[in-house]
Design a protein around this ligand. Structure first.
Ligand code: AMP
Length: 537
């Protein structure tokens, strides 16, 4: 027997529609690329999203079309999130920190129709001009006064697109399982892969993120997502923040310590979210100027393990709680949270440190399990480690345009190696996927190795991630040289610089006589990671 309740679909347009009536005066504060602070309300955001929706319709955008964004965290990007998905199209957030060729691959693979681009990325677009056949229109996120005088491509200005449009829009109703957002990840092997979120998964993820054991969002929250809107929707905060009626503080392109501290202080931020590197940089700045964070702020850390030194510095110098999080692009991304619990009050510092440097624990809606190599589940004893798998309503089933299901017996294999303890705390101890994560962004070891191999002097190349105090990990390139060649680090680095993004360049290159291999002939990186663990200390 079926239940008798309404079948109201969970659509992203319902979030902004209701936010405009439930919390019309809640603010979105943005540091603009133009340099000033912009401030408006949810009601204003709704009206401009309606205007944008009309503009998109007039451009002929249809349901299922992909619309790319190359943009920082700011109010116009929020409007794009709502208007694009709201009319049934798909907002494709492109990571502008990738190398131009990767962006070319991603935009072409997604077949984006229109690109909305912050002024910062005009040089990148100049480089890509003529290489993106599916893109019919480029919209620069500015008004006519700020438009660049010369570009290699035609464009229209965002503010002109919005002019003279109605501030009301009749949002269409459709199946909640329709696609809403697309985000590519390089956190796997091979080419970047797209994760295609549905309206349903996005809304459920946002609702779950608001709950008290997750981010505990409410009208009292003032939230600073430093995590970018181009990387897994800034952990869903443009959605959850509007559901909860939070004040949202969007930092734009200025992520240095001084700029972030100014926003935290002036806007009374009480929840700030980002990768460890951001907070290490901020604390370094505060040490230098002899200032403290407001003690009521919670600093949520994810994307990489929270370093013990960060948890300690936040607690001891600033009286601030570090909340660990774990998730991935494929999990929308938030899956686990390490919020304060009543038991913590009775704990020793060591016990607290252990929780704060864990990856938190799952909330309702997410299940975690660890498996051995024969697919047997392992005990949750905090000691035995295995392949971490996850399932839930906001976890991916298959990659965009891939035929194969990406799950194993109904579980998504994360590529992380982890332990789980009896209370459900997760600890990531290693990674099966062959990538380096630096400052929260992926560096492909394989792409670097291939680039190195095309250098005359390199016979074999191996890239490993080595722990780094500031960036969490940095790449180290190990090379076996062609006979009678000497190691010329400068020449190899220059060669790589023509092929990969600057921030991907290995911090060091070491020549070795030989590299270890597995029985199947693959590079065996485990002993190398162990051997070079202290290389960047
Ligand atoms: P992304 O898809 O870029 O969000 O990256 C997800 C990956 O980042 C995970 O699979 C982990 O390898 C890593 N990661 C995220 N959060 C944590 C954490 N709290 N501790 C350790 N690794 C993490």
């Amino acid at each position: 027997m079926l239940g008798n309740m309404m079948q109201q679909p969970l659509l992203i347009s319902s979030i902004i529609r209701q936010a405009a009536t439930l919390a019309p005066n809640a603010q979105i504060v943005s540091r603009r690329i133009e340099g000033d602070i912009h401030r408006y309300t949810f009601a204003d955001c709704y009206q401009r999203s309606c205007r944008l929706a009309h503009a998109l319709r007039e451009l002929g955008i249809e349901s299922g079309d992909r619309i790319g964004t190359l943009a920082w965290n700011g109010y116009r990007h929020v409007e794009l999130y709502y208007a694009i998905s709201g009319i049934g199209a798909i907002v494709h957030t492109v990571n502008p920190r990738l190398f131009a060729q990767q962006i070319e691959y991603i935009v072409n693979h997604a077949e984006d129709n229109v690109l909305f681009v912050d002024l910062t990325f005009v040089p990148l677009l100049n480089e890509l001009a003529g290489k993106l056949p599916s893109v019919k229109l480029i919209v620069l996120l500015c008004d006519e006064d700020h438009a660049p005088a010369q570009t290699n491509f035609n464009f229209v200005c965002y503010e002109s697109l919005l002019e003279d449009r109605s501030e009301a829009f009749d949002w269409p109703e459709f199946d909640e399982n329709n696609a809403a957002c697309l985000c590519y990840t390089s956190g796997t092997t091979g080419n970047p892969k797209g994760v295609l979120y549905s309206h349903r998964s996005t809304v459920i993820h946002a609702l779950a993120s608001c709950t008290p054991n997750a981010l505990n969002l409410s009208r009292n929250s003032v939230v600073l997502p430093v995590v970018p809107m181009y990387h897994v929707s800034a952990w869903g905060l443009p959605y959850s923040g509007l559901i909860a009626g939070c004040k949202l503080v969007l930092p734009g392109a200025q992520l240095d310590g001084a700029s972030l501290f100014e926003l935290i202080e002036k806007e009374n931020v009480n929840l700030a979210l980002g990768v460890p590197t951001v907070w290490l940089t901020l604390l370094e700045y505060l040490d230098k100027i002899g200032r403290k964070l407001p003690s009521e702020i919670i600093v949520a850390v994810g994307g990489a393990a929270a370093p013990l030194a960060l948890a300690e510095a936040l607690r001891e110098k600033h009286g601030v709680y570090l909340m660990p999080l774990w998730g991935m692009t494929e999990t929308s991304p938030l899956a686990t949270f390490g919020g304060r619990t009543p038991e913590m009050e009775q704990m020793t510092i060591e016990q607290r440190n252990r929780i704060q440097t864990s990856a938190g624990r799952a909330i309702y809606g997410i299940e975690l399990e660890i498996f051995d190599d024969d697919d047997n589940p392992l005990p949750h004893d905090g000691r035995e480690s295995g392949q971490l798998r996850v399932r839930g309503s906001w976890v991916m089933q298959r990659y965009f345009r891939a035929d194969d299901d990406a799950t194993i017996n109904g579980w998504f294999d994360t590529g992380d190696v982890a332990t789980l303890d009896s209370e459900g705390y997760l600890r990531i101890v290693d990674r099966k996927k062959d990538v380096v994560k630096s400052g929260g962004e992926w560096i492909s070891s394989i792409a670097l190795e291939n680039a190195a191999l095309s250098h005359d002097s390199v016979r074999e190349a191996c890239v490993i991630g080595v722990p780094h105090k500031k960036w969490d990990e940095r790449p180290l390139l190990l090379v076996v040289l062609v006979e009678n060649h000497a190691l010329d680090k400068k020449s190899i680095t220059a060669h790589l610089a023509e092929r990969v993004a600057k921030w991907w360049l290995p911090d060091d290159i070491v020549a070795v006589d030989e590299l270890p291999h597995t029985a199947t002939g693959k590079l065996h990186k485990v002993p190398l990671r162990e051997k070079y663990r202290g290389h960047y200390q």
